[in-house]
Design a protein around this ligand. Sequence first.
Ligand code: ADP
Ligand code: TYD
Length: 207
Amino acid sequence: MQDGLFITFEGIDGSGKSTQACRLADALRAEGREVVLTREPGGSKGAEEIRRLVLEGDKDRWSAETEILLFTAARRDHLEKTIEPALNEGKIVISDRFADSTRMYQGISRGDLRLTVDELHRMMIGREPHLTVLIDMDPSEGLSRALGRQGTEERFESFGVEMQQKMRAGFLELAEEFSNRFLVINGTQSLEDVAKDVFAAVKGRME
Ligand code: ADP
Ligand code: TYD
């Protein structure tokens, strides 16, 4: 029996997903709801180990095909250890990225591998979120925000602004493909205004 609610945040690097996922978790907790805030790649011990493999190092370290396997392996562990147990307890799970990120980053960045992504998803994951918040924004602004963080996890950010343009368009197309679960939010506003829009949109779908 699963009666929890599974919400994901998606969007290009630096669009404000982590910030807004955290804000939404706080707002829902303030209403007395039990919320598990998690992220991908990662969100469980094994998946966090895979995170290091995929996000650090040289841009050409892995092929897109190998990445699909690594991200899906991480997701399967995340699902088994973190997401499903929480949903089974009736909690709200908020994940900063999920399968739509693989559909975009591995599915379209280096040739068209979307069918491969979908096939493996069907076999190994088989679950979509109830709601997906897409934080939509101009890629050059997102990239400068993301690079401003100066971390070591920059394998994907070093793909550059052209790739981020392709990702933005791809995410907007996904929002149409899965219009039953996507909420598109304008990320080029103040942090507070984005948070207000996200909360209102999510509450609107929860009722
Ligand atoms: P993502 O998880 O999508 O990569 P983050 O939430 O980590 O994005 O935000 C990237 C950077 O941009 C952070 O330094 C964050 O403080 C900043 N930021 C987030 N939202 C906004 C906003 N609405 N306006 C300005 N800066 C923001
Ligand atoms: P994340 O930590 O969310 O980065 P950011 O805060 O910059 O958005 O994710 C790290 C990177 O991993 C990001 O560039 C997107 C990439 N990624 C994939 O390529 N495929 C996936 O399936 C996932 C979940 C993430």
